[in-house]
Design a protein around this ligand. Structure first.
Ligand SMILES: [Zn+2]
Length: 470
């Protein structure tokens, strides 16, 4: 008797299963888990099973819905769980229906809130996962990171002062719009995986035409649009590691890296948004602000899209044994890793895409991106300066694992024009540090330390030197 038979006999539908006959049960796969990761960028639906599922997707435009016929399984409660897992605030999905379409064929219908370019694909078992059937639902009109930043700023200005923000002689909103208006010759490559995707059977995704950027520029009233540039805006891209299907490292107490690093990033964002450097306003931009998977190269693309002045990736370290402890900071290397440990960490962090699960189009874009990425010595030197400033401050909050900035080939630090560091805040595999990582106090102290490091870096290396202003 195999495991599936045992499940069938023990489960509430056991009688029905036995009536269906042994052949059908033997052909079927068992659902291990179902998950939904809603986000503005895209919503992912994952069906994990103990054998590969045969899926046949077809898209219906009006009203927008994605139907997927899954062969080799029978309607079981595991799959029906999807129906109740749809959140009312999901930006893309309005509901899911599951029905037995034919013997051994289950039809999944995903009702959509807006037009979607789906990617349906499967992933072979990796890490803790068995077979995964994945539905990535990208809005055909994807959010633009720079527009998001502007919209966020507008909301803040409205909330802060009923009177126009003109009272402030600086004009951060104008600076944002100016960035939007700047030519982006360096951004000729598709900005991110948020661009419309072809269906699974569609042709390879063409590079996004540059005029798309023009078309998506937000419109502002004459009153809002500044007449001239008055202030420089400093944008710090914060990159909370992992997310969604990729939990990152998991501590002995079950703490997930993706959760604590997002929490620290959100605290750091608030601090950055309240801070001015040399009279300039700072804005934080998050490469992910929720629990969903963002491929490594998309994180880099997003930061470049908003023309970030800095890129700070936030992680928590892990090792096989509980002893190692302390924070560390990494920069990119163009000549191999500075230590075996640094190489090991880089390999581990670079594996995030494997666990998170890249779809076909994300893979295509990654290849294009790799060709484009040529990090410069200047970027690495700036990154080392930034890392040193931050490391000094981190040492005042907790132990340091390494006394100096280490280097290795981290995929997420490859923006050729943005000083970029990866912060391992502490060892989540160390029980004491896992507790600290969970504590709001440590998170706040870490955010304070990272902010002080950023401010110290800008004090010595004003981004003005990079001729930002119009
Ligand atoms: Zn990590």
């Amino acid at each position: 008797m195999n495991r599936r038979d045992v499940i069938a006999r023990l489960g509430p539908g056991g009688v029905l299963w036995l009536w269906l006959g042994p052949q059908q049960i033997a052909r079927g796969a068992s659902i291990v888990a179902v998950r939904i990761w809603p986000a503005k960028d895209y919503t992912r639906v994952t069906i994990e099973s103990d054998a590969k599922l045969q899926a046949r997707p077809f898209f219906v435009a009006d009203p927008p819905r994605l139907a997927v016929d899954i062969e080799g399984i029978d309607l079981i409660p595991g799959l029906q769980e999807l129906v109740s897992k749809v959140r009312s605030d999901d930006p893309n999905i309005s509901g899911i229906r599951v029905g037995q379409n034919a013997p051994n064929v289950v039809r999944l219908v995903v009702d959509l809130k807006r037009p979607i370019a789906p990617q349906v694909f499967d992933l072979a078992p990796v890490a803790a996962y068995q077979h995964r059937l994945v539905l990535d639902l990208y809005p055909t009109a994807p959010p633009d990171p720079l527009e998001e930043l502007i919209a966020q700023r507008l909301r803040e200005l409205e909330a802060l002062a009923p009177a126009p923000a003109a009272a402030d002689d600086s004009d951060p909103l104008g600076a944002l719009i100016a960035r939007q208006d700047r030519p982006r010759e360096a951004m000729a490559a598709p900005p991110s995986a948020q661009a419309p995707a072809p269906g699974p059977a569609g042709p390879p995704h063409p590079a996004e035409p540059p005029q798309m950027t023009e078309a998506r520029r937000p419109s502002f009233s004459a009153k809002q649009r500044p007449t001239e540039q008055t202030d420089q805006l400093i944008i710090v891209a914060l990159d909370p590691g992992h997310g969604g299907e990729d939990p990152g490292a998991i501590g002995p107490g079950g703490t997930k890296e993706k959760d604590v690093v997002l929490s620290i990033a959100l605290q750091l964002r608030d601090r950055i948004n309240r801070t001015r450097v040399n009279g300039h306003t700072m804005r934080a931009f998050l490469t992910r602000d929720g629990d969903y998977f963002v491929p490594l190269h998309v994180r880099v693309d997003k930061a470049r899209r908003v023309q970030a002045d800095l890129f700070v990736s936030i992680h928590a370290d892990a090792f096989f044994t509980p002893r190692p402890q302390g924070g560390s900071i990494y920069a990119l290397s163009d000549r191999g890793a500075t230590s075996a440990a640094a190489r090991w960490i880089a390999n581990k962090e670079n594996a995030a895409d494997l666990v998170g699960g890249l779809n076909v189009r994300a893979k295509d874009l990654e290849v294009q991106r790799t060709l484009l990425d040529m990090s410069t010595t200047a970027q690495i030197n700036d990154s080392l300066r930034l890392g040193s400033a931050m490391l000094g401050e981190m040492g005042r909050v907790g132990k340091l694992h390494k006394p100096r900035v280490e280097q290795a080939g981290f995929a997420v630090l490859r923006a050729p024009d943005i000083p970029s560091v990866l912060v391992e805040t502490a060892f989540i595999s160390n029980p004491d540090e896992e507790q600290r990582l969970r504590s709001p106090r440590f998170q706040a102290e870490m955010a304070d330390a990272l902010l002080r490091g950023i401010v110290a870096y800008f004090a010595k290396n004003p981004p003005l030197a990079r001729s930002r202003q119009m």
